[in-house]
Design a protein around this ligand. Sequence first.
Ligand SMILES: [Mg+2]
Length: 303
Amino acid sequence: MNAGQTVLVVDDEKQNRSLLAELLNNDCRVILAKSGTQALERAREQRPDLILLDVLMPDMSGYQVIQALKGDDATRQIPVIFISALDSPADEERGLDLDAVDYITKPFHPSIVRKRVRNHLQSIHQRHLLENLAMIDSLTEIANRRRYDEALENEWRRCARSGSPLSLAIIDVDHFKAYNDHLGHAEGDRTLHRIAQTLRGHVNRPGDLVARYGGEEFVLLLPNTDAQAAAHVGNDVRAGIEALQLPHPTSPVSRHVTISLGGMTLTPNGGQVDPKFFQEADAALYAAKAEGRNRAFWRYAAS
Ligand SMILES: [Mg+2]
């Protein structure tokens, strides 16, 4: 549990909303909804960590609300606890059958509600930590391929909706096999870590992603970034790695470790990622290598 977590309290009775808000305010941020419709809006907009949901409400019942939540990709993952005056075992069973994580009956005991919510927030927090761990490359401590794949799908859709440009760069460490062969894999690993952290230092606006794609390949995903701005980042990143002046005794390109970078910018169309996006960036990378490496090439599609 941490103070950054948000709980959405849904109840048609003002008195219950106030009581629950007061009860939970010290442990988390509390947002309120007084109807099912409002609950769905708030859940989509604010993505709370947990929802406390009343069952008996005039416009939509809590049962209808949870079904709508579970039917929407944006809110499906948010755990729901029912708080209900319906206290028969059959009611409780129905609530749990609808995928609620818990069922609390009214009138509730404040200290018990508080403890149960705390327990749920704690386990939600731990699950997020684990999910984050699974998304991080252990060698370089930046995002891994899986995280990148997920981010690409999300940013593609987001930029398609808003009509914004999306930029992607693929980075390859120049003559890295020769580096490993000459200096050993332990040194190679340290250098990959250093490069990854340097990339991340240069690419850090909200929404930007630096990931290890595999081996000595990295990717940068830059949403809302046009070709000119992205090419600027590409050059900046290339120069940043060269400026580390990590000795590379067997490189025909430079005395130091360098990277080649190929980038592509387009304005996404449709909900599915077009494989050409990656292919074009990869072709730019190939061209950068063919021209002698330690350079950044950028392509873009006219929109
Ligand atoms: Mg009610």
